[in-house]
Write a protein that binds this ligand. Structure first.
Ligand code: FEO
Ligand code: CA
Ligand code: CA
Ligand code: CA
Length: 598
């Protein structure tokens, strides 16, 4: 009765932690430890981590910076004792990674090497026990700007993707700013290239570059690699080669990662893929910027159980859709007060942009609609949302959940005014949207409602909504970002930005979705000063929760740390982003005090 929806993960919610506290907090009866940290060696011959003498060459053999998306794929036939873990390294922090005496070119090379992806083998004694990573594991791999990525799908080879260094328009060196992702039903992983625009200097050369914000980069990467200036002859299209969904097979360290042009190009948070009732693969995706859109991809071909090679090509061809939402009632006011009918809800449609053969948008070729997807979505009148982050489906109900993390700039009138699906003029704390497909997973219409309109219920100046659950019994929550589900279909929400909103550190929360406790929100953990929680993975039947702790102490600088996370080696010198596991300690500790809702 204590655990909502009968979830096997029993815990008493923690109290929120004040934003300036440098503290990792987990529930009573649980403990935590890092699985792997920034700088940890991946290979037998990796250079040992030495933060005062970091080099790009060393970093290319070590776990990269700012781990975000985290996926643990069990190796078949090992009874949960072996797995391969995949991670994104979204971005770097030069102020914390590089001693101030470092020269500019060397510093930029280190920044570049801090990016990319990692795969690393894990092992443990049995299911439910903590993981250890394997130095020199057979699947260990580090993806950097030296790694070839293959553009696949209808726009591969298009003129818009050709450069002086790659006239074929097929092969891209590296991947940038990979944020979230999700495993596919066929055992690969999808990773979203998000804020690629900020790496390119040289100014916006085209209308599309202006629309994506390309060209204002101040990182000076173009001084090391001419691809990173739009003004360099032969490289005006280089930025078109980033902003894709990347598919990686972590089980094959020799495989070529692919960038899927059929899924459109924008600031991809990630993609979550489900097999629909008719056998086609359906992927849900968010474009993470204020006033951007929610998308869906439907494959042309159908999933074949057991045929991995066939399934690995499913995302190469299909149809791309963008969402339009319509509310069913007037808002009482523009500050998140309940609508007239008591619920934020309505209907919506998936507007088709492409069908795999051609563009369905007037004035766009197929290649243009796929490369400059934002412009095509603008042309069909899609709904401008409050920063779509993760969009994930419940494996239990098939309902879709989207984090709208925040948006402070929505005006009260005109094209960008509030509506029932984005009800706040100044949305400091974000909201979580529930979408229910009306004609099956691949269909064109849906209904929707808001599960959470986030915030701190104790702040009476700021309206919140927790799915109808009594707001005096929930944990405060702000800025939803990554989403996951436990074995019984509860939603888990990790946050990014709560300190600037409700004044608490970011955390991981369980939200009950079904039954009388719908909307009941309980905080499971809290991360150190300045950090966000990414990549949640909940193994409730094992009593194990894995998260990526990204950018701890982000606002500090060399010699002036704001965090000593993970409170181990080198902690006095610099904080280290790390993937962390939280698990139960000992036995007989499984009956914590009853939570605030009961
Ligand atoms: Fe990288 Fe959308 O957060
Ligand atoms: Ca309504
Ligand atoms: Ca994110
Ligand atoms: Ca975020």
């Amino acid at each position: 009765e204590y655990a909502p929806s009968g979830t096997p993960l029993v815990f008493a919610p923690i109290a929120p932690v004040d934003a300036e506290a440098d503290e990792m907090s987990v529930p009573g009866g649980y403990t935590w430890s890092p699985i792997i940290r920034y700088g940890d060696p991946l290979f037998e011959d990796s250079t040992p981590f030495d933060p005062e003498n970091t080099t790009a060459e060393a970093l290319a053999t070590q776990f990269g910076y700012n781990n975000d998306y985290t996926e643990i794929l069990e190796v078949p036939g090992c009874d949960g004792r072996r797995a391969v873990m995949f991670n994104n390294h979204e971005y770097d922090n030069v102020a914390l990674m590089v001693p101030p005496s470092t020269g500019e070119r060397q510093s930029i090379e280190i920044q570049m090497a801090a990016h990319g992806l990692s795969a690393v083998d894990l092992e443990r004694t049995k299911r439910g026990r903590p993981w250890t990573y394997v130095v020199g594991g057979e699947r260990n791999r580090r993806f950097t700007f030296d790694t070839d990525f293959e553009l696949v799908g209808p726009a591969a080879g298009a003129e818009l993707l050709q450069t002086a260094a790659d006239p074929s328009g097929i092969t891209v060196k590296g991947t940038i700013n990979n944020c979230a992702g999700r495993r596919t039903p066929w055992g690969t992983v999808l990773s979203g290239e998000e804020n690629f625009h900020g790496y390119f200097a040289g100014g916006a050369q085209t209308e599309a570059q202006r629309r994506y914000g390309v060209g204002d980069g101040i990182r000076k990467w173009e001084t090391v690699d001419p691809r990173f200036s739009t003004a360099n002859v032969g490289f005006v299209n280089e930025s078109n080669r980033y902003g894709w969904i990347v598919e990686v097979d972590p089980f094959d360290p020799d495989s070529t990662p692919r960038k899927h042009t059929a899924m459109g190009r924008f600031k991809h948070e990630g993609a979550s893929t489900i097999i629909g009732e008719d056998g086609r693969a359906v992927a849900y995706m968010g474009d993470d910027q204020a006033f951007e859109y929610v998308y869906k991809f439907v494959s042309r071909d159908t999933y074949v159980d057991g045929d991995r090679a066939h399934n690995m090509a499913l995302l190469n061809n299909g149809s791309l859709y963008v969402a339009r939402f319509t509310g069913d009632s007037e808002l009482v006011d523009a500050h998140g007060t309940l609508p007239e009918d008591g619920e934020f809800d309505g209907t919506g449609e998936w507007i088709q942009l492409t069908d795999g053969e051609s563009s369905l948008v007037d004035g766009f070729t197929l290649e243009e609609a796929l490369v400059n997807t934002r412009l095509a979505a603008d042309a069909v009148g899609a709904t401008k949302m409050d920063r779509p982050e993760d969009v994930e489906f419940s494996p239990i109900t098939g309902k879709i959940y989207a984090s709208l993390t925040k948006n402070g700039d929505r005006e009260e009138s005109g094209e960008l005014g509030v509506d029932e699906v984005n009800p706040r003029a100044a949305n400091r704390d974000g909201h979580v949207l529930e979408i229910i497909e009306a004609e099956g997973q691949a269909g064109a219409t849906f209904t929707w409602n808001l599960l959470l309109v986030a915030g701190d219920p104790a702040n009476e100046d700021y309206e919140v909504y927790f799915g109808g659950y009594p707001i005096d019994k929930v944990s405060p929550i702000s800025c939803p970002d990554n989403l996951a589900f436990d074995s019984v279909g509860n939603l888990w929400v990790s946050t990014d930005g709560a300190p600037d909103g409700i004044g608490y550190n970011d955390g991981l929360f369980r939200v009950t979705l079904e039954g009388q406790d719908r909307g009941y929100t309980e905080q499971f953990l809290s991360v150190p000063r300045d950090a966000e929680v990414c990549g949640p993975n909940v193994y409730d039947e094992d009593g194990l929760v894995v998260v990526a702790v990204q950018h701890p102490g982000e606002d500090g600088e060399w010699g002036a740390q704001r965090s000593q996370f993970p409170y181990q080696e080198f902690s006095e010198l610099l904080p280290r982003p790390a993937v962390v596991q939280t698990y139960r300690t000992g036995r007989g500790d499984d009956t914590p005090p009853r939570g605030p809702g009961h």
